[in-house]
Design a protein around this ligand. Structure first.
Ligand code: UT7
Length: 332
């Protein structure tokens, strides 16, 4: 849906990059630390392994590697970047923003940089925000990073979370375009999810300075059943709503790129919105849920299948709850 500034440029994705840590955490590794099995995990989630960032590194390190990858592949100069938005729930430190740390590592001195926490929907939220910056013509070259070092918050002995999550970073470069690029974004949230998906420790309510500090609070907690149901419903509704308000049928969509949380969620959304099975892109089998990085990483890893001019529908759901869908024309 074109906005009221229709004489203004579109924002289009002109480059993409990604980074995955070397270390693999397989289902067999998890069998050693909790009561689970490779068979159960594959059947209930579709995941075989995840990547884990080594100790001593953090979210900004993965983001910087992803940005270097983008610049190398697409011959971009990072010195041209005007703004960086980092979608993450796992910043390097509480303050300053991971975006500032990335700016320092890239030697960028006059960049508009900040973090956005919308959990697993973060990349879609940041993409919408970045596209708006480009459409106003105040910013020309905007990096949207989705990066999470979620393994730092996963209790390795907790089978309700350790089976799902992995680390990674993805990034896209946005620029003004006369042709269609980012077409529309339908983003929503509420506060219903607080008890069902959270990391409570280390914020201002439960600071680490509290004595005694309850270590359990520093881990990711999830009520999987509640989250599962909401995720399917919210992503399906967001996809239907964005198609409807752009007067498009599902057959117009070339590729659905859903948040990679659970293969059964992906399949249920695909079924609900009635998209052909071979039009849904995934990488969950070997990556797991990388929070804000799932969508850019999934595009990055399936890039050979996507052609210039293809219509992409992205959809995500996460803590908050927060969710949404985006429509864009692939212009690379
Ligand atoms: O990014 C957004 C955030 N997250 C999500 O979208 C995740 C949403 N939720 C899920 O992916 C799923 O709910 C889980 C994968 C977390 C759990 O799968 P489920 O099919 O909902 O399992 P369940 O909790 O209903 O448990 C079914 C059975 C239970 O045994 P009984 O009571 O039937 O005997 C559990 O005790 O499976 C058992 N179980 C396990 N067994 C082996 C639960 N977790 C495990 C496990 N390994 N890891």
């Amino acid at each position: 849906m074109r906005n009221i500034y229709s004489s203004r440029p579109y924002a289009a994705i002109t480059a993409i990059g990604g980074y995955l840590p070397q270390e693999r955490r397989t289902n067999f590794d998890l069998e050693q630390v909790c009561d689970t099995s490779d068979e159960w995990i594959i059947k209930r989630t579709g995941i075989k392994e995840r990547r884990i960032l080594e100790a001593g590194l953090a979210t900004s390190d993965m983001a910087v590697m992803a940005i270097h990858d983008l610049c190398t592949r697409y011959n971009k100069d990072v010195a041209d970047v005007d703004a960086i938005i980092v979608a993450t729930s796992t910043p390097d430190v509480l303050m300053p923003a991971t975006a500032n740390i990335i700016a320092q590592k890239l030697n960028l001195n006059n960049v508009w940089a900040f973090d956005m926490n919308a959990a697993c929907s973060g990349f879609l939220y940041a993409l919408d925000m970045g596209a708006s910056l480009v459409e106003t013509e105040r910013y020309k070259n905007v990096l949207i990073v989705g990066a999470d070092n979620i393994s730092a918050f996963v209790n390795i002995h907790d089978r309700s979370t350790n089976i799902l999550f992995g680390d990674g970073a993805g990034v896209i470069w946005l620029e003004p375009s006369a042709e269609e690029g980012i077409i529309d974004a339908f983003m929503q949230s509420n506060g219903d999810g607080r008890d069902f998906l959270n990391i409570e420790g280390g914020g201002s309510l439960y600071p680490t300075s509290e004595k005694p500090f309850n270590q359990e609070r520093s881990y990711l907690k999830q009520d999987g059943k509640v989250v599962f149901k909401q995720a399917v419903q919210s992503m399906s509704n967001a996809c239907k709503s964005i198609l409807e308000r752009n007067q498009l049928g599902i057959e117009a969509v070339d590729w659905l790129i859903p948040h990679q949380a659970n293969k059964r969620i992906i399949d249920a959304v695909g079924k609900d919105i009635n998209i052909q099975k071979n039009k849904t892109l995934t990488n969950i089998e070997y990556r797991g849920n990388t929070i804000a990085a799932t969508i850019p990483l999934c595009i990055w890893e399936n890039i050979k299948q996507i052609q210039k001019g293809d219509l992409l529908m992205l959809t995500a759901f996460g803590a908050g709850f927060s969710w949404g869908a985006s429509l864009l024309r692939w212009m690379i």
